[in-house]
Design a protein around this ligand. Structure first.
Ligand SMILES: Cc1cc2nc3c(=O)[nH]c(=O)nc-3n(C[C@H](O)[C@H](O)[C@H](O)COP(=O)(O)OP(=O)(O)OC[C@H]3O[C@@H](n4cnc5c(N)ncnc54)[C@H](O)[C@@H]3O)c2cc1C
Length: 446
């Protein structure tokens, strides 16, 4: 309930922030403002679209009180979808003006069109480019880090162009209350940027971690065990299932950071400070930098984050559905349950292409001894010696291994590649699992 309330308060605050320009514009109408409904609608959409874009950073700035109410993945998804909505608003803004009788030339950067209007077109083109690069990043094969920097620079450029356009063109922007509002937005933006890029790294600077082991795992993965240096680690550990941003650079100001789930027990972190991450070789950073990390190296952690956790989602029993390296947060849940002597039943279904891709394969089987756990491996292309389930995790396999009278009341955690997660989200309702019992963590949230 507390989390719900916190979420409602933050969402209410966000709504007020993006709708304030409309309120200020209608309460303090400037002299000579148009009476045309379309012109006013156009201005309103332009203002709200701009406010949404100016606040986009707030959604992904890892501000803990807000992040803990929704979960970073939800905020990330909202950042994407509300960004699209803002794009449609700023697209409708000039089109409505043309429909209401303004010359169509205002849409083009041609001679005779004031520079302040042209800047509006420039801002719109920048938004279109920014969204296009985000939507087609993988298809265009743009490396994540290059995209991240470009995304930031384009955002700054478009906000600047749109702000100058608003000040240069708008009657509303000339009013003192609107100027005060824009100044407040600017301060908020500067504050958020300083928090994200300055304050947070500065705080982390005094809390380094060191690698105590870098171990190879099945499934082309590596486990990094870390211990805090000169501090006690995260107070209270973390909730099993959460993740942190790992920065393997020489300081917390380093730009490259990766979100990785903790694969160790959350309660061990509370007792000893130690945390572990298991990282699959997916490309540049995970394939080249991570394997080269030596014991003793300093690293930086920003976390813990996430709402995909055992502690938040209680149930009389658990079904864990893993695909590939998606097993990491689920392993953390199992280890934490063992530490708590939690005897609730758990069934783990773990799908992989080959049996040698099953990270922690032998260890997970061993965990069946100290806890009430059943492990079901499902292998797509098994070797002739394989005796377990084959193919992909299906409704039949789930029904075969779950207790028929219990499973609809249990809590589900799914983590794996997108096609597997989509398949599970379709299969679970088919076998009668209520949607509110299902929790997901998507590793490809960005
Ligand atoms: C909440 C969460 C938990 C995760 N937990 C794990 C885990 O336990 N183990 C694991 O192996 N992977 C995990 N991932 C995925 C991991 O963050 C990326 O796959 C990893 O950063 C890939 O890095 P790369 O540069 O080697 O791969 P690349 O091939 O260069 O990138 C592959 C894809 O990974 C994503 N990615 C790359 N860099 C970043 C970055 N800095 N920030 C965000 N996404 C990025 C992009 O979508 C990119 O297209 C998790 C992701 C999320 C969101």
């Amino acid at each position: 309930m507390k989390v719900l309330l916190r979420g409602a308060v933050w969402f209410g605050f966000y709504l007020v922030m993006i709708l304030l320009p409309l309120l200020v514009g209608s309460v303090f109408r400037p002299a000579g403002a148009s009476d045309s409904f379309l012109v006013n609608l156009s201005a309103g959409l332009g203002y709200v679209g701009f406010a949404i874009m100016a606040l986009e950073l707030a959604l992904i700035s890892r501000f803990k009180p807000a992040a803990s109410a929704f979960g970073l993945d939800v905020l990330q998804q909202f950042h994407k979808e509300i960004g699209m909505a803002a794009f449609l608003m700023v697209l409708a803004h000039p089109l409505l003006l043309v429909v209401s009788g303004y010359p169509w030339r205002i849409l083009l950067p041609v001679s005779g069109v004031p520079w302040s209007v042209v800047l509006g077109t420039v801002a719109f083109l920048l938004v279109a480019l920014l969204i296009g690069l985000s939507v087609w990043r993988k298809k265009l094969k743009i490396p994540y880090e290059v995209w991240q920097i470009t995304h930031g620079l384009l955002t700054i450029a478009l906000i600047a162009a749109a702000a100058i356009h608003i000040i240069g063109v708008g009657r509303y922007a000339q009013m003192t209350p609107m100027k005060i509002l824009w100044a407040a937005y600017l301060l908020l933006l500067i504050g958020l940027f300083s928090y994200y890029r300055l304050f947070k790294p500065l705080r982390l600077l005094g809390k380094p971690w060191k690698v105590v082991e870098n171990r190879a795992e099945l499934g082309d993965a590596r486990t990094l065990r870390l211990q805090p240096v000169g501090h006690k680690g995260w107070p209270g550990g973390f909730e099993a299932g959460q993740f942190a941003w790992i920065n393997l650079g020489s300081s917390p100001f380093n730009f490259e950071q990766h979100p990785i789930s903790m694969s160790s027990s959350g309660d061990t972190a509370a007792a000893t400070g130690e945390v572990a991450f298991t990282i699959k070789n997916l490309g540049g950073w995970s394939g080249k930098t991570v394997p080269g990390i030596k014991a003793g190296q300093r690293v930086w952690l920003d976390g813990p984050y996430g709402v995909f956790t055992l502690d938040r989602e209680q149930g009389p029993g658990y079904v864990l559905l893993a695909g590939g390296v998606g097993v990491t947060p689920l392993r953390s849940m199992l280890l934490t349950m063992i530490e708590r002597e939690d005897v609730r039943p758990v069934v783990l279904f773990y799908g992989a292409r080959h049996e040698d891709d099953l990270t922690f394969r032998d260890e997970l089987l061993e965990l069946q001894k100290p806890m009430n756990l059943k492990v079901v491996y499902v292998v797509e292309e098994p070797s002739p010696a394989w005796q377990g389930e084959t193919g992909r995790i299906s409704a039949d396999i789930l029904r075969k291994h779950l207790p028929p009278k219990q499973y609809k009341r249990w809590t589900y955690f799914i983590c794996g590649p997108t096609p597997m997660m989509n398949a599970m989200e379709k299969i679970l309702p088919e076998i009668g699992v209520p949607a509110e019992k299902v929790n997901t963590e998507r590793f490809d949230m960005v």
